[in-house]
Design a protein around this ligand. Structure first.
Ligand code: FRU
Length: 481
């Protein structure tokens, strides 16, 4: 149902998006990463493969590059890399979602997609909005194969959630297993303990609590954006915990994202084992996964960070943030590896091969795919655009990425790192102002934004190798339909 508020919001959004042509001229716009047409983007939502196309929705505030009221924007693609913007899919136009169409997911059912999301409501009055004053409504909407949305249907309200959780319950992720449907919701318990609520249903509309997934000891005060999936026969619980204290190189960002391997029965007795962070860089949060038509498990994250003390220099150019590239997940020795989707290889051109030597200087295209191998048993120091260094200290066995303190490209970012037994290979993906670094075949990933100026004048990035040996293959990534 389109209300008069929907019609009004449509008009405003059209006016705002008319500025997209101005934003498009920005040299920091990305070629392969999903961005907001104008304004602000955060979490990926409703990722799915449906009717021969990939659908991607996202948390979108077109009116403000610093984020405000959230809508769902919508992109479609044939290959997960070249996306066509389809406009706003969901506006905050009902009493039960009037303070934001918050994050959620997609369930493909024949020729329909069931979208589930959180309707955020903040009630007027004197509230802390944790224990009182906030609604986190779970809402379903059916999209047909022409992209038409049905009516929003209220599925769960705060009264339906367990009595020991606060008002913070959100981000439904729904899937089907045999004859049942399951939903995980992120929650903050009273006493500030993060957990995941697991619901089940036989009809997609009426849901019953099936379990609460949590650690024995508190592990953050709130778990956002949960996801649950099976990879090579092993169950994985992904979520974004808030409130973890930094511990050496671990948990270095304001908020984290990672996963537990789940042993036992998710609807019964279970244990959560081996928390690992998805991404060790500066800009990564709230990932979501989905399955492709050919059965690959793909993860995409928000390439941004809330409440960080570093900035994105695109704000003054009218937009902020992007999503990571889609990553294929696989399992090796009990941990999940992430690698860019294989479709990216179709965009490679202008292959150049090098044998790496300390002191080398090279130019890399604006968008490049750089593979370095046989790096074994050496210290490694590479500097990109005279500002971002990538380092391996073989004695300390520590891998770091570090912006030089005086560098204007950092936006205030400093250093991040991880303990690493050996550095064997690196794959560096550069896309104007975004960099994703895949270490040792996707054992660790570092994502960051960076802001080199005059990219178009210099036709790309500079690479300086201060230490290291091995071989390198570099491709230009070229946009095409
Ligand atoms: C994560 C998050 C979600 C929420 C959404 C609102 O970044 O806080 O928990 O649904 O963003 O935009």
């Amino acid at each position: 149902m389109r209300t008069s508020l929907t019609k009004e919001l449509e008009k405003y959004t059209q006016l705002l998006e008319a500025q997209a042509s101005q934003v498009e001229k920005d040299e920091w716009r990305l070629k392969f990463h999903v961005m907001p047409p104008v304004g602000w983007l955060n979490d990926p939502n409703g990722l799915c493969y449906f009717n021969g196309e990939y659908h991607l929705f996202f948390q979108y505030s077109p009116s403000d590059p610093n984020g405000s009221l959230k809508y769902w924007g919508h992109y479609v693609s044939k290959n997960m890399l070249s996306w066509e913007y389809k406009g706003i899919a969901l506006y905050p136009d009902m009493p039960f979602d009037c303070c934001g169409v918050y994050s959620g997911s997609a369930l493909v059912e024949g020729d329909q997609v069931w979208l589930y999301y959180t309707g955020n409501v903040k009630l007027p009055g004197n509230h802390d909005y944790v224990n009182t004053g906030r609604q986190g409504n779970t809402i379903a909407v059916v999209m047909d194969k022409d992209g038409h949305m049905g009516d929003k249907q209220l599925v769960l309200t705060n009264e339906d959630y367990p009595a020991d959780v606060t008002c913070h319950v959100r981000d439904p992720k729904v899937w089907k297993d045999k004859d049942r449907y399951y939903m995980v919701l992120g929650a903050r318990k009273k006493g500030d303990k993060g957990c995941v609520l697991l619901y089940s249903s036989t009809d997609r509309m009426s849901w019953e609590l099936a379990n609460v997934l949590e650690t024995e000891e508190t592990f953050g005060f709130m778990w956002e954006c949960p996801d649950f999936f099976c990879l090579d026969g092993h169950n994985v619980l992904s979520f974004s915990p808030q409130g973890l204290a930094q511990n050496g190189l671990d948990y270095a960002n304001t908020f984290q994202s990672g996963y537990f391997m789940v042993r036992g029965e998710v609807t019964g007795a279970y244990t959560l084992e081996n928390f690992r962070e998805w991404d060790r860089g500066f800009d990564f949060y709230a990932p979501q996964t989905f399955e492709t038509g050919d059965g690959r498990r793909i993860l995409m994250g928000w390439m941004g960070m809330g409440e960080s003390d570093y900035v994105n220099l695109t704000v003054e150019r009218g937009w902020q943030h992007c999503l990571t590239l889609p990553r294929e997940l696989s399992l090796k020795n009990g941990r999940v590896l992430q690698n860019p989707v294989r479709e990216l290889e179709q965009y490679r051109t202008d292959r150049a091969d090098y044998s790496l030597e300390s002191g080398m200087e090279m130019a890399a295209p604006l968008c490049s795919d750089i593979l370095m191998e046989e790096l074994k048993d050496r210290d490694f120091h590479l500097c990109i655009d005279d500002g971002l260094t990538i380092n391996y200290d073989k004695d300390k066995k520590i891998f770091t990425i570090e912006f030089l303190p005086e560098s204007p490209i950092s936006g205030g970012r400093t250093a991040r790192g991880v303990a690493l037994e050996n550095l064997n290979s690196l794959r560096i993906l550069l896309d104007t102002s975004a960099v994703e670094i895949y270490v040792n075949g996707g054992e660790e990933v570092f994502s960051s934004r960076m802001y080199p100026r005059d990219l178009e004048i210099s036709h790309g990035h500079s690479l300086t190798l201060a230490a290291g040996s091995g071989k390198m293959t570099m491709w230009k990534l070229e946009e095409r339909e």
